[in-house]
Design a protein around this ligand. Structure first.
Ligand code: ATP
Ligand code: MG
Length: 141
């Protein structure tokens, strides 16, 4: 099994039925939710997590959005977890997702280019890093 890292972002968490639907879609797709937490980030937490985007035009907007409400980080397991979850999410930008992948999670629930409902690790290495940040006690063995 491969592990990946996901976050249900604040725009989704403020719509509990939508958040519930996304968890149901995960399970239906065969993604196992092996860790799940409910928390709210401080500014420094979001800055650290998104360090790769520091300096980009959307960075401050992203950090303030990700600290605007609760988040639900998760560790997911599946034979092809990283790619499966990324494919379910659809394109980064919600308007692109609505136009090109309307059945994807961002196509259905995304509100804008920043408020795009979910996060998914983009590689095995990213998944390891992100799991370590949010679930430091988790032992993948
Ligand atoms: P994520 O890392 O959240 O799974 P991603 O890998 O598809 O999304 P990244 O390029 O890593 O996209 O961007 C991280 C996040 O920054 C996006 O999910 C989105 O919330 C925000 N973002 C990315 N590009 C833009 C943009 N052009 N305008 C506004 N916000 C953006
Ligand atoms: Mg990314």
């Amino acid at each position: 099994l491969q592990l990946t890292f996901a976050i249900l972002k604040p725009d989704l968490m403020l719509r509990p039925l939508a958040a519930h639907t996304v968890r149901t879609l995960m399970i239906r797709e065969g993604l196992w939710i092996v860790r799940s937490a409910l928390l709210r980030w401080e500014t420094e937490d979001a800055q650290k997590f998104y360090a790769e985007h520091e300096g980009k035009f959307f960075y401050d907007r992203l950090v303030s959005y990700m600290t605007s409400g609760p988040i639900n980080p998760m560790i997911l397991a599946h034979p092809n977890a990283v790619e499966t979850w990324r494919k379910m999410m659809g394109p980064t930008k919600s308007y692109v997702a609505q136009a090109t992948a309307p059945d994807s999670i961002r196509g259905q629930f995304g509100l804008s280019d920043t408020r795009n409902s979910t996060h998914g690790a983009d590689s095995d290495a990213s998944a390891q890093r992100e799991m370590q940040i949010l679930f430091p006690d988790f032992d993948p063995e």
